[in-house]
Design a protein around this ligand. Structure first.
Ligand SMILES: [Zn+2]
Length: 331
């Protein structure tokens, strides 16, 4: 017997569809298994990455069904986001039309692979019955004081009209469209996730030996909690005068307080309020171009303390600001 995929796959997919083969059973006595693969973003067409990803989940779901488990293997669409809006603007279509048409097309493509998803439980994250819960979460977080507004310098892509996470900036360019990104100060809403840093770190420990260690390290780095001390570095009198007495000091955080007395210079980020003040009041020396502030390379500038020489010769990416700290030993 020869294997004709066009014939045999169609035949069995039809039988599965009609018998509801992959729907979980309403039987509370059976042992349950929930196999969830990451929802695809409905960009329009399935690609080989999807095929690989969903074949793995499908194999696991089929394995557990064969082992007698009551398996729920759902599928949905990660369809609520900026790319849908941008595509809609570009194609002069309502985002809803664009998104749901893509979903219809990709659903057919996925189905042709014979994946064993539960069809009855499919949904899209842009469905109102889903987004209402997201909105409810946001309101609850706001009420709990976990949502706050602040102005921050962000990575901005002028062509996507969107803010990018650091991970989405590849060599100074947008990961989606390759447009060079700029640093832009914008007000925005933020979620105080740092309040949960310790809880998250503690729970990561329960995954040791179960998750790959490099994934645990990545998670730890994302949580980004570090222990150290924050302290103020004072300006000397001349520098205070130069800054029109607007600033007495600036605060520093270090994870290595034991090395403070070995400091040879301190650097301020280009978007630091003192640097902004110096630019606005023309206090930078002539060899520093204020255009640094909008470049994505984040060139830092130094404030050499009085006790040591400026180290611009060994730090070519930094520029002396010409303001000095008081010596640490006398501060
Ligand atoms: Zn972009």
């Amino acid at each position: 017997m020869s294997y004709n995929p066009l014939e045999i796959e169609k035949k069995w997919q039809k039988i599965w569809e009609e018998s509801g083969e992959f729907e979980p059973k309403e039987d509370k006595n059976l042992e349950k298994k929930y196999i969830l693969s990451m929802f695809p973003y409905p960009s329009g067409r399935i690609h080989m990455g999807h095929v690989r990803n969903y074949s793995i989940g499908d194999a696991i779901a089929r394995y557990y069904r064969q082992m007698g488990y009551n398996v729920l293997h759902p599928i949905g669409w990660d369809s609520f986001g900026m790319p849908a809006e941008n595509a809609a603007i570009k194609n002069k279509l309502h985002p809803k039309k664009w998104t749901y048409e893509n979903i219809d097309y990709m659903r057919k493509e996925l189905a042709s692979l014979g994946l064993s998803f539960s069809k009855n439980r499919e949904f899209a994250t842009s469905n109102p019955e889903y987004t209402r819960f997201e909105q409810e979460f946001l309101i609850k977080m706001y009420e709990k004081g976990l949502l706050y507004q602040k102005k921050q310098t962000v990575n901005w892509c002028e062509s996507c009209h969107t803010v990018l996470a650091n991970e989405q900036v590849i060599e100074g360019c947008c990961w989606r469209c390759d447009n060079p990104i700029i640093q832009k100060e914008m007000p925005g809403y933020y979620i105080a996730i740092t309040k949960y840093a310790q809880e998250l770190l503690d729970d990561l420990k329960t995954l040791e030996g179960k998750w790959p260690s490099q994934v645990l390290t990545m998670q730890e780095n994302w949580i980004g909690k570090s222990n150290g001390i924050a302290f103020d570095l004072l300006f000397d009198d001349e520098s205070k005068q130069k800054l029109n007495s607007k600033f007495e000091s600036f605060d520093v955080f270090t994870t290595r307080p034991d090395t403070i007395y070995g400091v040879s210079y301190t650097a301020l980020a280009p978007e630091h309020k003192i640097v902004t003040y110096m630019i606005e009041n023309n206090l930078l020396s002539d060899d520093i171009s204020p255009s640094y502030i909008t470049t994505p390379s984040r060139i830092t500038r130094t404030i050499p303390p009085r006790i040591s020489l400026p180290s611009t010769t060994t730090q070519p990416a930094t520029r002396p600001l010409g303001i000095l700290n008081t010596s640490l030993t006398s501060a």
